[in-house]
Design a protein around this ligand. Structure first.
Ligand code: FAD
Length: 495
């Protein structure tokens, strides 16, 4: 289904209201829709281009991790089929590894951690079951992509919290990974989950319409269960209630260059502004490699998003640009092109069916990246302090093995204390030495950052998170796991 087509199965609970955000973006040029690999036709036939297959062949994924043997791939398009697959897995001994769109590039894509699993592909379970603009939620299935939900909300007074990844990635996949959106952490978007448990029963957690009052309150009353099932492999998620944000009347993303000699000064200023509430806790900082995407190579770049009432955005822009005049801030206004219309549009929650920013970042479209690009992600949390950012950059350089090129580092502000670092290692996937060196670099990053106390919060299939020791938390997790899935019907995951 194309992004612009309304989904006939969707019930919109109240009439979409026109937004006062001007639709300022002209149509995208057609050639932006595909990457060089698609355009040459060398990898994907023309017929394949309509539907995005989660992965071309089992085992081919961007990280070039050791290929896991997969018993089979089961595709489910209804909840009843998911239930049947779970019940079958309970008897045939091959654990199920559910994926939504399976585009978890750099962490293993759709590969399981252990050999012998059955991949349960839910990309065809793809209905937007309901959206309620007034109350601010949508009920989506695993195959619903963030681009499709954004397009569905076009012209309404609500937006979805888009991430910086491809528009073809799953809303539920991002939630379950506890990803980071442009507005806030994806965990804040989760209101409720529909689950198929390991014994084949169906249940729900969190808030659902018709339960616990009319106001969307993710924690409801009593024990709050949603996050037992994020970053866990204790159930198959067949739908989620996703909270929608009010569409801001105005959005302005200011590009700022950090002091060339001492970028940590700019980091500290951004922290101070975040602490004091001058800016929202969602700025992004790009190191000089990552900043290439935005046309400012060699410099640290920040994107500071001001959004809300038009007068407020205007006033905040004046205050902030005024403060940039102070050389102690360590920040100067960057070129307008460093936060161009595609950046502004993403923060405004607008769909881009051509995935322009993603193409720019990776050089490939979502369809080709697993085949054509070597990519590993390393995701530690680092204190939001200039000295810590400098230390993380130095550690990263020290870990590089062989000819591995310096990675791009994108830093997402989570709050005034924490910066999520996304370290992206690129390598030529056809060169075995480069692949080996990139993986050795990744191992070294895991060791070095752990020693520094900068722990990873999302990981890949070669570095599953292990419970911390044998303390009470590990015991509790073990008891929960045995209660929910005593026979290992669901494949043990990265978490
Ligand atoms: C250039 C680039 C930029 C990126 N930017 C961002 C960003 O800004 N923010 C961000 O958060 N991420 C970002 N990413 C990471 C990545 O693209 C996303 O996390 C992506 O959404 C995950 O793929 P998916 O949605 O297809 O999820 P999937 O691969 O389908 O799922 C991810 C994992 O969740 C579990 N899972 C999925 N579905 C189910 C289910 N239905 N039931 C039970 N378990 C399930 C499985 O363990 C699965 O492996 C970026 C990646 C790249 C390459």
């Amino acid at each position: 289904m194309s992004f612009s087509e309304p989904d006939p199965r969707v019930r919109v609970a109240d009439e979409p209201r026109p937004t006062d955000v001007p639709q300022m973006h002209p149509p995208v040029p057609a050639q932006a829709a595909a990457c060089a690999v698609c355009l040459t036709g060398s990898e994907v036939s023309r017929q394949d281009q309509g539907a995005l297959s989660p992965q071309p062949k089992p085992g081919v994924e961007a990280g070039r991790f050791r290929t896991r043997t997969i018993a089979k791939v089961v595709r489910a398009t209804t909840v009843a089929q998911v239930t049947a697959a779970v019940r079958a897995a309970g008897t045939d001994g091959s654990a199920l590894h559910p994926v939504s769109t399976g585009l978890n590039w750099g962490l293993g894509s759709r590969s399981p951690v252990l050999d012998g699993a059955t991949v349960l592909d839910l990309s065809g379970l793809d209905r937007i079951r309901e959206s309620d603009i007034r109350r601010g939620y949508a009920i989506v299935e695993p195959g619903v992509t963030q681009g499709r939900l954004a397009a569905h909300l076009a012209g309404t007074s609500r937006i979805v919290n888009l991430t910086g990844s491809s528009q073809h990635t799953s809303v539920i996949g991002g939630l379950l990974e506890r990803g980071v959106g442009l507005q806030r952490g994806r965990t804040d978007d989760l209101a409720g989950l529909e689950l198929v448990l390991a014994d084949g029963t169906t249940t729900r957690t969190g808030w659902w319409p018709g339960t616990a009052g009319t106001v969307v309150r993710p924690h409801g009353r009593g024990p709050s269960l949603n996050h037992l099932f994020t970053q866990s492999s204790w159930a198959v998620v067949t739908a989620a209630v996703v909270r929608l944000l009010p569409r801001p009347a105005a959005v302005r993303v200011l590009p700022m260059l950090l002091d060339e000699q001492r970028p940590e000064r700019g980091v500290d200023t951004l922290r101070e502004w975040t602490e004091k509430g001058l800016i929202c806790p969602n700025a992004k900082i790009y190191d000089p490699v990552a900043a290439r995407t935005y046309g400012t190579p060699g410099r640290y770049l920040a994107h500071v998003c001001l959004a809300g009432d038009q007068d407020l955005v205007r006033a905040a822009t004046e205050i902030i640009t005024g403060r940039l005049g102070d050389t102690k801030a360590g920040l100067t206004l960057g070129p307008e092109a460093a936060a161009d219309r595609w950046v502004q549009q993403a923060y405004a929650g607008e769909a881009d069916p051509h995935d322009t920013l993603f193409l720019r970042k990776t050089g490939h479209c979502a369809r080709c990246i697993d085949r054509a690009r070597g990519l590993l992600l390393f995701l530690p949390i680092v204190p939001f302090e200039g000295t810590a950012v400098r230390r993380a950059a130095a550690l990263t350089r020290e870990c590089l093995v062989g000819a591995t090129t310096p990675p791009g580092i994108t830093m997402n502000v989570l709050d005034s204390d924490a910066l999520d670092h996304v370290v992206t290692l690129g390598f030529p996937p056809e060169n075995p030495t480069a692949v080996r060196d990139a993986h050795r670099t990744l191992d070294r990053l895991h060791d070095a950052f752990a020693r520094e106390g900068f722990t990873v919060y999302r990981t890949d299939i070669d570095h599953p998170l292990t419970p911390v020791g044998t303390g009470p938390e590990a015991v509790l997790r073990d008891r929960l796991e045995r209660a929910l899935d005593p026979h290992g019907v669901l494949a043990r995951g990265r978490h």
